[in-house]
Design a protein around this ligand. Structure first.
Ligand code: GSH
Length: 205
């Protein structure tokens, strides 16, 4: 197995997910800043032209971060990062979807329409006219999470899950591109500090 990997929050999430499970996952680096992922050789690997992609021993390729994490969890159920019961998995997928819709999508659109416009304008449709609205939607998403995140320390309560890893990857990405986690979200700031420590340990392994 190997992972087509690059800079960016989505491949980082898969690498963190595998590390948290103790799975060795050789990385093949793809230079997305240079646009290697948009050239024919890489489009033959993943026609969406994005990273990450997991390549299995038989050559099967799985793209989309969610699908890769689900696959790794099915084969390596412990430690559970999605859930070990139907109820846990449902809760995780509920928060996963919320974080995707409230943070990941608007943050990404805000970035691609503003700071990332030069990089992305010839790759995907960008929306500079609504970039600021997207950034506001992301801030609204953080505020909603701050109010509704359950007690227990993590997005799914007392369990650290893929949702915490994903949100951490996008909190760090947002920080790097001018969309930081708002200072007034004090519960999330505390969560973020803890997750950064956890991620640094996993990435240093
Ligand atoms: N829906 C995809 C999104 C993947 C994605 O947007 N990857 C970024 C890196 S974080 C990428 O490849 N960007 C370069 C590009 O789109 O050219 C997933 O969940 O894996």
């Amino acid at each position: 197995m190997k992972l087509y990997h690059s800079i960016g929050p989505n491949p980082r999430l898969v690498a963190l997910f595998a590390a948290a499970k103790g799975l060795p996952l050789p990385l093949q680096e793809i230079d997305i800043m240079a646009g290697v992922n948009r050239l024919p050789d890489y489009l033959a690997i993943n026609p969406t032209g994005t990273t990450p992609v997991l390549e299995l021993e038989d050559g099967t390729r799985v793209a989309e971060t969610t699908a890769i994490c689900e696959y790794l969890e099915e084969l390596n159920p412990a430690p559970a990062l999605i859930g070990s019961t139907a109820e846990e998995r449902a809760q995780t997928r509920m928060w996963w979807r919320r974080v995707d819709q409230m943070i990941v999508q608007p943050m990404t659109m805000g970035f691609r329409g503003a700071e990332g416009l030069e990089l992305f304008r010839d790759r995907v449709t960008c929306y500079p006219e609504v970039a600021e609205r997207c950034k506001q939607a992301t801030r609204d998403g953080w505020a909603w999470l701050e109010r509704h995140m359950p007690a227990g320390g993590y997005l799914c309560g007392a369990r650290m899950t893929v949702v915490d890893l994903m949100l951490l990857c996008f909190a760090d990405f947002g920080e790097a591109v001018g969309q930081p986690l708002p200072a007034e979200c004090t519960r999330l700031q505390q969560w973020c500090a803890e997750m950064r420590t956890r991620a640094a340990q996993l990435e240093g392994q």
